[in-house]
Design a protein around this ligand. Structure first.
Ligand SMILES: NC(=O)c1ccc[n+]([C@@H]2O[C@H](COP(=O)([O-])OP(=O)(O)OC[C@H]3O[C@@H](n4cnc5c(N)ncnc54)[C@H](OP(=O)(O)O)[C@@H]3O)[C@@H](O)[C@H]2O)c1
Length: 205
């Protein structure tokens, strides 16, 4: 399976590392492929080329950059597209949209023929350095989307990369998952808990 990650920043580097270690063929899609760095075993290409060959495309760019990235990637028709963005305010302490929509649903509108799946938005980039673990416990990736096959594919990828997975429902559930990421940021940065934290859901056996 070919995985392309659009972006070369913190999330892209971390994801590329764990996905490559898990055995996937990973390419980073960059606005400046000549300058961008990548972990060992990971290629860097321009956005259009990298997206064209991908089965799964991760959007590891700011939410405000998604429209441009999707357009440069050729629209992403038919691709499984993983939205890990959070639509944050400039100070990172609020969300710019919510309640009756979500970043994921807005991205689905921008790429109507893509199979958009929300995942990884509650995972701090630093957790990739510990192989997806908080201490000895795998962090939870919440996965939400409307295409069953795409949702299963993304859950399997997260699982192979070392994370626990909670299948969370349709894409609309992103309206809940994005505020959960907001709480994670408020606790990590606002309350000083740091970034070796991750939300999960407990259930009695
Ligand atoms: N960092 C976290 O812990 C974390 C956790 C969960 C979710 N997220 C979400 O993950 C996404 C990426 O965050 P990050 O921390 O990795 O950010 P980052 O380190 O600032 O990296 C952002 C990347 O996006 C690229 N980019 C910006 N505008 C673009 C455009 N118009 N077209 C293509 N690429 C563009 C940048 O490319 P250049 O290098 O060329 O500028 C850079 O590679 C955000 O939506 C964020 O909300 C982050």
């Amino acid at each position: 399976m070919n995985i392309t990650i659009l972006g070369t920043g913190n999330m892209a580097q971390g994801l590329a590392t764990v996905l490559s270690k898990a055995g996937y063929a990973v390419t980073l899609g960059s606005r400046d492929a000549g300058k961008a760095k990548a972990p060992a075993g990971v290629k860097v290409e321009d956005i259009k080329t990298s997206a064209a060959k991908a089965d799964v495309v991760f959007l590891a760019v700011p939410f405000t950059a998604v429209a441009e990235a999707v357009a440069n990637a050729g629209g992403l028709a038919g691709k499984t597209v993983v939205d890990l963005t959070n639509p944050l305010t400039a100070d990172y302490m609020g969300l710019t949209i919510g309640h009756d929509t979500s970043a994921a649903e807005e991205i689905q509108k921008l790429a109507p023929k893509a199979k958009v799946v929300k995942a990884f938005n509650t995972i701090f980039a630093s957790l990739f350095q510990s192989g997806g673990k908080v201490g000895a416990t795998p962090a939870t990736v919440f996965v939400a989307g409307d295409d069953e096959t795409a949702v299963k594919t993304v859950g399997d990828i997260a699982s192979k990369a070392g994370f626990a997975v909670i299948q969370s429902g349709g894409l609309k559930v992103a309206r809940y998952l994005e505020p959960v990421a907001g709480l994670n940021i408020a606790l990590g940065y606002g309350k000083g808990l740091g970034t070796s934290i991750a939300p999960t859901w407990l259930r009695a056996a």
